[in-house]
Design a protein around this ligand. Structure first.
Ligand SMILES: NC(=O)c1ccc[n+]([C@@H]2O[C@H](COP(=O)([O-])OP(=O)(O)OC[C@H]3O[C@@H](n4cnc5c(N)ncnc54)[C@H](O)[C@@H]3O)[C@@H](O)[C@H]2O)c1
Length: 478
């Protein structure tokens, strides 16, 4: 760490951020993880700060020049996300594709933020090279492609967007309820092959039918509203007691739901408890002539049991969007090599098979771009970890423009005994206006807002915290 006292303030340049200590004294940092005098860039307050009155306007915390923040976006991240990051003044490099590991190792060295989708593998080997990286944005739902544990242990937060596509899934399910009730898939396939087969037997309106929703979370509850608008009666089963929307009713057991519903649809997470949650016993409990829809996770349904119950004629239709094994890319992969029963499933009547497209809409991609890039901006500028997948979720209310000499201290540390005592010995001589801390596994995240702090104090605080053996990363924002 090079420390350079300048007349205008302190300049602390971390050797890891690629800066030369020869550069002239300036008043701004080139790294969001180092401490520098106040940025004049306060004018570009973040989007969520708009609307505050002048008196209580939230104070942007950016002791760095926003144009020095380097961001690498891979895999054609949605334009909405690029625009938000560019509007901050950050340097944003955009690539349409992913990068192979060797190339990634080179490109990641000098960036502070990386944005990826599902194809880029951020392994421990890649992250080891990422000396300046403070945060990763996964512009997608899953984070399996990132070594999130390694990232957390090195103070790198990871954000994703788990719920931006809930509406898209709910709409697909409504479409499937109607398509199954009217055997649309079969009629369409027949006509594609030249066969005119006009039938009404076994085809139904959905008005007045009962939809049974298993899992009344983001998707299940959206679906509930849409289904009622279509004239359906809605019952739901959830492990948590939840406020029903509209006239939907929560039922006490899964068995009750299965016995009542004409259409059963699954919207639970993948957990040991939800593995094969709908199997032979549950199919026995379902109504004769009912339908099953699964757009949650492939492991939730016992598919060989589904094949048997459809062949028996008890279930008269099903729609599956997710499977225990799914291919990594598009192509002719949906065969018995992928899932042993694939050919049997494909041979069934009135079954809609879709390739995990529940959340795949332009709107969802756009919403993901906004959600993830806003989380990145909040983390870089304010240190807020709400929504992070690998760090404790910590936030403090914003500092206001009236609180001039306040700083925000962020101390990411190993979760070991005695750290708080040592940190508070360092902070203790100052007026700590507010402080919060939380831990997740081996990593703890402390955030404190301190008042009446001058430039030399900032330097001391930073250095003292950096000197603790528990330190993973220190940031001081003001
Ligand atoms: N097909 C797609 O493209 C697609 C897109 C988005 C999400 N999903 C999947 O949809 C599922 C639901 O997503 P969400 O965003 O609504 O999740 P969510 O976390 O908002 O809701 C899940 C609900 O399930 C309930 N639940 C958990 N365990 C349960 C159990 N054993 N029995 C009954 N209820 C239980 C929870 O209490 C919660 O209310 C997830 O598996 C998710 O991965 C699929």
């Amino acid at each position: 760490m090079t420390i350079e006292d300048a007349t205008s303030g302190i300049d602390i340049a971390s050797p890891t951020n690629g800066l030369s200590s020869q550069r002239p004294s300036i008043s701004l940092s080139k790294s969001p993880s180092a401490t520098y005098p106040r940025s004049p860039a306060s004018k570009d307050a973040s989007r969520w700060q708009r609307g505050n009155t002048a008196a209580s306007a939230a104070k942007p915390l950016k002791p760095f020049a926003t144009e020095d923040i380097k961001i690498l976006l891979l895999e054609n991240v949605n334009q909405t996300g690029r625009d938000i990051l560019a509007a901050q003044g950050y340097q944003v490099d955009v690539l349409k594709t992913s990068l192979p590991e060797d190339e990634l190792v080179k490109r990641i060295r000098d960036v502070h933020v990386i944005g990826i989708r599902s194809k880029t593998q951020l392994t421990a080997r890649v992250l080891r090279e990422a000396k300046n990286l403070i945060v990763i944005g996964c512009f997608c739902i899953g984070t399996n492609q990132v070594d999130t544990q390694y990232a957390a242990k090195h103070g790198i937060a990871v954000f994703n967007s788990p719920f931006s596509n809930s509406r898209s899934v709910a709409e697909l399910v409504i479409a499937e309820v109607i398509a199954l009730a009217r055997q649309l898939g079969d009629r369409s396939n027949e006509l594609h092959k030249g066969t005119w087969n006009k039938v009404s037997s076994g085809c139904w309106e959905i008005r007045g039918k009962t939809l049974g929703i298993i899992g009344y979370g983001h998707i299940g509850s959206q679906l509930s509203v849409l289904a009622e608008a279509m004239g359906m009666t809605v019952v739901f089963y959830d492990v948590v007691n939840l406020m029903a929307l509209g006239t939907a009713k929560q039922v006490p057991t899964l068995e009750t739901l299965l016995g009542a519903a004409d259409f059963v649809t699954c919207h639970v997470p993948e957990l040991p408890e939800t593995h094969n949650m709908i199997g032979r016993l549950q199919f026995e409990q379902m109504k004769h002539g009912s339908y099953l829809i699964n757009a949650s996770r492939g492991s939730v349904i016992d598919i060989p049991a589904l094949i048997d119950v459809m062949r028996s004629g008890k279930l008269v239709g099903a729609a599956l969007d997710v499977y225990p094994a799914e291919p990594g890319g598009n192509g002719d992969y949906f065969t018995s090599d992928l899932n042993l029963w694939a050919e049997d499933l494909r041979s069934l009547k009135n079954i809609i098979l879709t390739p995990h497209i529940g959340g795949s809409t332009e709107e969802a991609q756009s919403a993901i771009g906004i959600e993830v890039s806003e989380a990145l901006v909040r983390y870089v500028n304010e240190g807020c970890t709400l929504g992070a997948v690998n760090m404790p979720e910590v936030n403090l209310r914003s500092l206001t423009m009236e609180e001039e000499n306040h700083v925000r201290v962020i101390y990411i540390h190993h979760n070991v005994p005695g750290v708080l005592k040592k940190v508070n010995e360092i902070l203790g001589d100052h007026n700590v206006d507010k402080q919060t801390t939380d831990s997740r596994g081996d990593v703890a995240y402390l955030m404190a807002d301190i008042s009446d702090v001058n430039a030399s104090v900032i330097k001391d605080l930073y250095q003292s915290l950096e000197g603790l053996s528990s330190r993973i990363m220190t940031r001081v924002l003001y």
